[in-house]
Design a protein around this ligand. Structure first.
Ligand SMILES: Cc1cc2nc3c(=O)[nH]c(=O)nc-3n(C[C@H](O)[C@H](O)[C@H](O)COP(=O)(O)OP(=O)(O)OC[C@H]3O[C@@H](n4cnc5c(N)ncnc54)[C@H](O)[C@@H]3O)c2cc1C
Length: 335
């Protein structure tokens, strides 16, 4: 990054394509800034299917989603890009600074200048699905959580986990050594979608008084004076409600995504959800704005991780060449 904060390449979205683009740009000595709306790296793989195996990523006959994200991050971050998590990119403008045309990328945290932009936004910015309780947003940071990043945040706290998928079950098991037992696991259906072995393990812990499985139930109210202290949980079959001690309410209900403001930047689109690119360069209809991965469209496009990574290599190398006024050429990484 230069002294005035200008980077060569900004990458919008830290899924597999974004992390691959960060690698290729860093490998070409470009300064890089990654902006990701979620508080985590890995895009759909991390958000939707972290515990599933993937079989078709080149060089990996079988790999767990979380492992692939870990490796993509290790590779993508090795040149030390600036990483801004939890910030959704909203605006794109062209500005002139000291005679140089730059792109100004706007997020909730400010305006960031860049020479080129690679959009690797997948299906758009991911946001956690939230409970339909009025005013729930005001409890964020005061006891309501959508991720478990550091287990220690929950040390010796009373905890309610909401959800029926793998994440809810994984953290019900994974926080056993941290929180004050029992963890209440609340799901609106009697059947869980999570791996059967995890559900069996949770039921065994219920027998030991370490987990309390509450189904078919929904959290209706949150209570506390400043910080969260309890939640009201309703059994939707019997209609009975109960107040349960809760200093940490962790809702793991999946994510939804939207292309959002990107759709209003004047980019030519391919269908409704993709940005049209020239597949030979991955440049969009706007100069110095590239796209790769699921968000990038052209006739015959296949949305797969391997394809997105290939497009990321094309986009990064073309962006570097365009910034420097050079011919596009590969640079091998072997040493
Ligand atoms: C259940 C499931 C199984 C799959 N299995 C396979 C498989 O076996 N093999 C395979 O190859 N593919 C598979 N896929 C598809 C694969 O996950 C996608 O092709 C891949 O994740 C696309 O990567 P990406 O980096 O383009 O986008 P994503 O992974 O979608 O990442 C995009 C990131 O950009 C962020 N973002 C978007 N907009 C903004 C914004 N405005 N500001 C900041 N950040 C933003 C998002 O939050 C997100 O983290 C599967 C998908 C699903 C849902």
């Amino acid at each position: 990054m230069s002294a005035d904060g200008v980077v060569d390449i900004t990458i919008l979205g830290a899924g597999p394509a974004g992390l691959a683009a960060a690698y290729y740009a860093g490998h070409r000595d470009a300064s890089v800034r990654i902006i990701e709306s979620l508080e985590q790296l890995g895009g759909q793989v991390a958000a939707v299917y972290p515990e599933k195996h993937i079989y078709d990523v080149a060089g990996h006959p079988k790999i767990l989603g979380t492992k692939l994200v870990e490796l993509c991050a290790e590779q993508g971050l090795q040149y030390g890009p600036e990483v801004r998590l939890g910030e959704e990119v909203q605006t794109l403008e062209r500005v002139n600074e000291n005679g140089e045309e730059l792109l100004a990328i706007g997020t909730s945290e400010g305006i960031f200048l860049t020479r080129a932009l690679i959009i690797t936004a997948g299906h758009g910015a991911f946001e956690p699905r939230k409970l339909g309780i009025e005013g729930i947003d005001e409890w964020e940071g005061r006891g309501v959580h959508y991720f478990v990043r550091e287990k220690d945040v929950f040390r010796d706290r009373t905890c309610v986990i909401v959800g029926g998928g793998d994440s809810a079950l994984d953290w019900t098991l994974g926080l056993q050594d941290t929180v004050k037992p029992p963890i209440a696991l609340v799901h609106r259906r009697d059947n869980f979608r999570a791996l059967e072995s995890s559900v069996s393990e949770a039921r065994a812990l219920e027998g030991e008084g370490r987990v309390r499985i509450m189904t078919p139930c929904e959290v209706r109210e949150v209570h506390g004076d400043g910080a969260l202290e309890a939640v009201t949980i309703e059994n939707t079959k019997t209609g009975q409600s109960e107040q349960v001690p809760c200093e940490a309410l962790i809702t793991l209900l999946g994510f939804h995504s939207h292309l959002g403001a990107i759709a209003d930047w004047g980019l030519e689109l391919e269908g409704k959800r993709q940005i049209r690119i020239d597949p030979t360069t991955c440049e969009t209809s706007l100069s110095k704005v590239y796209a790769a991965g699921d968000v990038a469209g052209y006739p015959g496009k296949i949305t797969l991780i391997t394809i997105g990574m290939g497009e990321a290599a094309i986009a990064a190398n073309n962006a570097v060449a365009q910034i420097r006024g050079e011919k596009v050429q590969p640079k091998y990484s072997t040493d």
